[in-house]
Design a protein around this ligand. Structure first.
Ligand SMILES: Cc1cc2nc3c(=O)[nH]c(=O)nc-3n(C[C@H](O)[C@H](O)[C@H](O)COP(=O)(O)OP(=O)(O)OC[C@H]3O[C@@H](n4cnc5c(N)ncnc54)[C@H](O)[C@@H]3O)c2cc1C
Length: 326
């Protein structure tokens, strides 16, 4: 690993003074960044430790729930207010990584984690995300884990987070701080599709720090479910995952939120499928119809065509669980 400088500026303001310098990276739990450094995928000159900043809080507000960027994945998943108000988030977090990793991983770091595409990690292979212009090893390679939505001819990698799928479904807002002040980004607009610039995963500017997320209050707590399909029961990334949240009144769906993981470069919100569910009876037929709508525009590659069947089946199953049918 290349030698690097390690600094711990005392305040948020002093962090913002240094993070914009070339070769500088923020470190939170380090569970993704240090792996990438060990493998030579990234080689920062300076790490800026932010773990001492007062960004660990979880608090109910007048309009929702505020979670600090440094709250640990394990703390958030076990928090009583989170479980009561937003159980979908707790379920998604518990489906991620392992207990040990969740004890280190932070909310901000989870959002910023990089893809698990093996061609991105393997520095002997071409990867437009790691080295723009070098090509995409996955396109003609072993692309079993890869995208079926929103990919480009430059990159077919997927975003690996579970937490982010729930936050996308729940209309969360990302709060970021820069030298000029704070800005709020709708969660579904935080991450980006690869297009011609797969090296860029999201819309966070290089001089900005994630300080927290907010989830507006909703009526989904009773009927939420996160379903993750993976190769192992634990410690494996999603082949396909679905965050499903329903508001049901007398057997009829009043409101719905759906997002998928493991299928795109960003958490994939299923707006059309949500609309199709509203006003329908909460039964398997409605769920299958919504799942079919969600799959419009899907495109598979040589080794991931199984996702074209797995994804709608997972949507249907997640909705059955959320509605209490199973
Ligand atoms: C073996 C293994 C299995 C895993 N399985 C899963 C899984 O199943 N599901 C899942 O969702 N995740 C999984 N993960 C990923 C894990 O969730 C992430 O590594 C973790 O969430 C990253 O958080 P961190 O605080 O350690 O981030 P770090 O590694 O410290 O940082 C990651 C990135 O975020 C940036 N960053 C951190 N905080 C901020 C901030 N506040 N503002 C701006 N930038 C910031 C850093 O600069 C860096 O680029 C797994 C990881 C491993 C190693």
């Amino acid at each position: 690993m290349k030698q690097f400088q390690f600094v711990r500026p005392a305040t948020q303001q002093s962090v913002l003074e240094v993070i914009n310098k070339p070769g500088t990276k923020i470190i939170a739990g380090g569970t993704n960044l240090v792996d990438l450094m060990k493998r030579g995928v990234t080689a920062p000159d300076k790490l800026v430790d932010i773990n001492h900043l007062p960004l660990k809080g979880i608090a109910a507000t007048k309009t929702g729930l505020h979670i600090g960027a440094l709250a640990l994945n394990s703390t958030v998943s076990e928090d009583k207010t989170v479980i009561a108000k937003q159980p979908l988030l707790s379920m998604a977090l518990k489906a991620g990584a392992s207990p040990q990793l969740r004890n280190m991983a932070t909310v901000g770091g989870n959002m910023m984690q990089r893809t698990r595409c093996t061609y991105f990690y393997d520095t002997t292979m071409p990867c437009n995300k790691r080295e723009p212009g070098s090509g995409c090893g996955a396109m003609e390679g072993y692309n079993r884990m890869h995208a079926i939505f929103g990919a480009s001819d430059k990159c077919i990698a997927v975003h690996p987070s579970d937490m982010c799928v729930a936050l996308a479904a729940l209309d969360a807002i990302v709060i970021v701080a820069g030298k000029k002040g704070e800005r709020r980004i709708p969660f579904t607009e935080f991450h980006r599709l690869p297009g011609d610039h797969p090296e860029s995963d999201n819309h966070l500017a290089t001089d900005e720090l994630i300080i927290g997320v907010e989830i507006p209050d909703n009526n989904f707590a009773k009927n939420s479910y996160y379903l993750k399909v993976r190769d192992r029961q634990s410690y494996a990334f999603a082949l396909v995952s679905v965050a499903a949240a329903l508001e049901i009144e007398n057997g009829t769906i009043k409101n719905a939120r759906l997002a998928m993981g493991g299928v795109a470069h960003k958490p994939w919100r299923l707006n059309d499928a949500e609309k199709a569910l509203i006003g329908k009876p909460a039964n398997e037929e409605s769920f299958k119809q919504a799942a079919a709508i969600a799959m419009q525009g899907a495109k598979a590659y040589e080794y991931n065509s199984f996702k074209l069947k797995l994804a709608p089946a997972t949507i249907t199953e997640a909705l059955k669980h959320a509605s209490g049918l199973v």
